[in-house]
Ligand binder design. Structure first.
Ligand SMILES: [Zn+2]
Ligand SMILES: [Zn+2]
Length: 115
């Protein structure tokens, strides 16, 4: 399976960022990959390196993929909760089950470099 559609969406953001910053040639792309996003790093890298970057303004650019751990926040006491593998259902601070996932669910463009 390919993550091509997802990679194309991300690359659209890269191009927008490049335009905004007057970058004509992108030399580096940094992506953040949430560990619970369901996206595999190998596929994401393959989509970029083999399908998207060739012939684009980011041809030959370095691709850095940083993984982001799943994180949640308690809606009641505000305590930040880091997931260590298993799904956390309750706040370790106040016992509330009203948790909000704040990290680790998405893939996004962290930054780009170029000139
Ligand atoms: Zn392919
Ligand atoms: Zn709490």
């Amino acid at each position: 399976m390919h993550e091509l559609g997802m990679a194309q969406d991300l690359f659209r953001i890269v191009k927008k960022e490049a335009e905004k910053n007057n970058i004509k040639k992108v030399s580096k792309i940094v992506l953040k990959l949430g560990e619970a996003s369901g996206i595999e790093e190998g596929f994401l890298r393959h989509s970029f390196v083999d399908h998207i970057l060739p012939g684009s303004i980011a041809e030959g650019a370095e691709l850095e993929i940083i993984s982001e751990t799943l994180g949640a926040k308690c809606k009641d006491c505000g305590k930040a909760i880091e997931n260590k593998g298993e799904a956390v259902m309750k706040c370790s601070g106040c016992g509330s089950s009203r948790l909000e996932v704040v990290a680790g669910m998405k893939v996004f463009v962290e930054s780009i470099e170029g000139e």
